[in-house]
Design a protein around this ligand. Structure first.
Ligand SMILES: [Zn+2]
Length: 280
């Protein structure tokens, strides 16, 4: 995956970060459009229509990329990054975003019945079940079937979903945290090809070509399923902004288990077996 060295809107010059004038215009346009009530998708499609590059020779704007720019506090300036928007504008954006997300609380109530991933006990690893009690204050309890852990974990649906969303948003902010294992056990084969190429005479060029193809095919075979899954979910996190519609989608496509601890604490295990805790 290509990566920018500095945030969109800036350039690195003589050891210092300065404003990239062309990209600065794009940032202002994103902020103005969002404050004017345009949705992330609408903004992304305008940028794509105008063929604005997100990084050199890459256009591909989407909801997640626009959202990341709106969320980025660096644009209101800090010691390293010169200011592009005022602090007040940044605050206005934050308020607007929050008011949009409270409208989503209603939809969130149903997510609890469609978590896709099972909720597991952090202590013993058993699958927990949700109960709802109306004694005194109504509350949700998750209980573990194991005799060793008879006590339930009290956590409201809203709190549980909020914590799951926090874990997912931690990854969306930095999809590079998805670990993709590098495979190095095929390098022997590469050096053999190198020797062969060095010694190659005209008559066995075909042989070398065949070996190169074989090596490429071996490399694909060596991308084991875990690496493949990690790459696939990383791709999903790069391209998804967290909202009421994407939360179930992310749970379904990226999460293997939700791990619930007594405190109560929540973390998620992704399909590549990586455990993610929420940033707090
Ligand atoms: Zn347990």
């Amino acid at each position: 995956m290509k990566k920018r060295n500095v945030a969109f809107g800036y350039r690195y010059e003589n050891g210092k970060i300065s404003v990239n004038k062309n990209e600065e215009k794009v940032i202002r346009k994103i902020f103005d459009s969002y404050l004017a009530g345009m949705s992330l998708i609408q903004i992304a499609s305008i940028l794509n229509d105008e063929k604005i590059e997100y990084m050199p020779s890459v256009i591909g704007w989407n909801k997640a990329r626009v959202m990341r720019i709106i969320d980025d506090e660096r644009y209101s300036g800090n010691e390293m990054y010169p200011q592009i928007i005022t602090y007040e504008t940044h605050e206005k954006l934050k308020c607007l975003k929050e008011s949009k997300s409270t409208q989503q609380d209603v939809d969130r109530n149903n997510i609890i019945y469609n978590l896709y991933a099972p909720v597991m006990c952090k202590k013993c690893g058993e699958k927990m079940t949700r109960h709802y009690t109306r004694h005194g204050i109504k509350k949700e309890i998750w209980s573990c079937p194991s005799k060793a852990c008879t006590r339930g974990v009290v956590i409201s649906d809203q709190e549980l979903i909020k914590k799951i969303a926090e874990c997912l948003s931690t990854i969306i902010k930095d999809p590079d945290m998805i670990q993709i294992k590098e495979r190095s056990n095929i390098s022997n084969n590469d050096s053999k090809i190198q020797q062969e190429i060095e010694m190659a005479h005209a008559e066995n060029r075909d042989n070398v070509t065949e070996m190169i193809f074989q090596s490429i095919s071996d490399k694909y075979d060596c991308i084991d399923s875990e690496t493949y899954i990690a790459m696939r979910i990383k791709h999903i996190f790069c391209d998804t902004a967290l909202d009421e519609t994407s939360l179930p989608y992310l749970l379904k496509k990226t999460v293997k288990k939700i791990i619930l601890g007594r405190e109560p604490s929540v973390c998620i295990m992704l399909l590549n077996n990586q455990i993610i805790e929420s940033e707090e």
